[in-house]
Design a protein around this ligand. Structure first.
Ligand SMILES: [Zn+2]
Length: 468
């Protein structure tokens, strides 16, 4: 999601460990094939061809399915050119990770070694004697400068490259307009954050990383809370889903899982992209589960049910609070390391850069450089933390929707932008969601397990409820 990208850029630019909880970002893109609803698994499914369905009407339906072979059959159903295209797109993302880091690092080093940062601080001190206003006077031009200097890579990555792979639907003016909105949010939000953070740095020099962590976590929480209410509407329209067949099917799953929602939201994501997605955003009272119009257009009802059940998994498994906790721990470690590295850098280059200390806004690029380096190095760890929660939501999704073929088909659709069959090392380092192969395997394992329906009289076997 655009907002998340700009916030992440800000976070890196401003130097805060904000691996913006991808749970709240979009789930996934897809190809532009069209399907009709109410499709059920048919003989066209590769997995169905492998399943030898028994005809014993006296017992529940028996299916012998080899999960490994069924998974391979699904993967083999993707044409070679499509596979090569999505592999190229996703592998390009590995390099973009590096380029983004190098550009951010180069900008920080440029601002420091040219003493632009120090001059900006001197300028703000001449404008006003109030420390708070000095931080604001530094922050606004700093964030603008970072945006402008990283614009070439930004426009390549988020506009030209997306069009090149057929994933974007926006003209340049429409895209740029949203960039400006995102920049506005970044400048306002970033300046508020920096004002509070530098106040804390001035007051608590010795324990500044502890207070800095508290400020960053509170800020993240507020951001999550207001996102569905104030930020998302700036980019997209959210309206109740009108198709009764789909919404009732989704609401039934919600009711079965004690999710207090009365309506399902549809978001007009096709304004920006062809990707299929759904998302959970907000926290506490603002939590909202929404599916996008591409999902509605491109997916069958079983697929939609599976995706929405996955999103419900994030809600039921309390992933918002869990990821916020992990974020807090990461920020704490990041700030503690940054404090040590900051002092080391300053004792060596402080004079040359004109930076006086941690409470001096001119040191912001030093902090940004250190934190973006730590963030870059921690990529596999952070991706793994998020991927594990995604896998949990997948398990919840398959058990709730009971749509293994729907899950496999969605995994293939998401495969238009995410490499379907990576090596284990690749998945560990780069994947913030399970790969298509892992997801299809989970679906086929579930299908092969032939779970019996409940209340069959055989599973409980007269055990009393106290055994729960
Ligand atoms: Zn998810």
């Amino acid at each position: 999601m655009r907002v998340k990208k700009s916030l992440l850029q800000f976070a890196v630019a401003a130097g805060f460990v904000a691996w913006s909880t991808p749970l709240f970002a979009q789930e996934a893109p897809a190809q532009s094939s069209t399907h009709v609803f109410s499709e059920t698994p048919t003989s066209r499914d590769p997995a169905a061809a492998l399943a030898n369905r028994g005809n014993d009407s006296s017992a529940r339906q028996q299916t012998t399915l080899d999960p490994a072979a069924a998974t391979q059959a699904w993967l083999d159903s993707v044409p070679k050119d499509e596979r090569e295209r999505s592999d190229a797109y996703f592998e390009g993302g590995y390099w973009l990770l590096l380029w983004n880091y190098l550009v951010a690092a180069a900008i920080s080093i440029l601002l420091l070694s040219s003493r632009i940062s120090a001059q900006l601080r001197d300028f703000s001190e001449r404008l006003t004697r109030f420390k708070t206003l000095q931080v604001a006077c530094y922050s606004v031009p700093y964030l603008l400068l970072v945006y402008v200097l990283s614009f070439p890579l930004n426009v390549y990555e988020h506009f030209f490259r997306e069009h090149q792979y057929g994933l974007a639907t926006q003209t340049f003016p429409a895209w740029f307009r949203e960039q400006l909105i995102g920049l506005g949010i970044t400048i306002v939000g970033g300046t508020i954050l920096l004002i509070v953070l530098y106040a804390v740095f001035r007051l608590a020099l010795t324990a500044c990383w502890i207070w800095g962590t508290i400020v960053a976590v509170v800020f993240s929480f507020v951001l999550l809370f207001i996102t569905p209410v104030f930020i998302e509407p700036l980019f997209n329209t959210y309206k109740p889903l009108t198709n009764a067949e789909i919404s009732e099917s989704i609401l039934a799953m919600a009711r079965a899982n004690q999710i207090p929602v009365k309506q399902v939201f549809e978001v007009d994501a096709s304004r920006q992209t062809t990707r299929v997605s759904a998302n959970v955003s907000g926290i506490l009272g603002t939590t909202r589960i929404a599916l996008n119009d591409n999902l509605l257009k491109q997916c069958t009802l079983p697929e939609i049910r599976e995706v929405m059940a996955h999103e419900m998994g994030h809600y039921v498994l309390n992933h918002g609070a869990k990821l916020l906790t992990y974020l807090g721990i990461s920020i704490f470690v990041g700030f503690a390391l940054a404090r040590i590295l900051f002092d080391a850098a300053l004792s060596r280059w402080g004079e040359r850069w004109g930076v006086r200390g941690i409470a001096d806004p001119a040191g912001l690029p030093v902090l940004a450089l250190i934190l973006s380096t730590l963030l870059f190095l921690a990529t596999p760890l952070l991706n793994t933390v998020v991927r594990v929660t995604e896998r949990e939501a997948d398990a919840f999704g398959i058990n709730t929707s009971r749509e293994p073929d729907g899950m496999a088909k969605v995994a293939l659709k998401l495969g238009t932008y995410r490499k379907l069959n990576p090596t284990p090392l690749e998945e560990f380092i780069f994947y913030d969601h399970p790969s298509g192969r892992a997801r299809i395997r989970m679906a086929m394992d579930w299908k092969a397990a032939n779970l019996p329906p409940g209340e069959s009289g055989t599973t409980e076997n007269g055990l009393s409820l106290k055994n729960y």
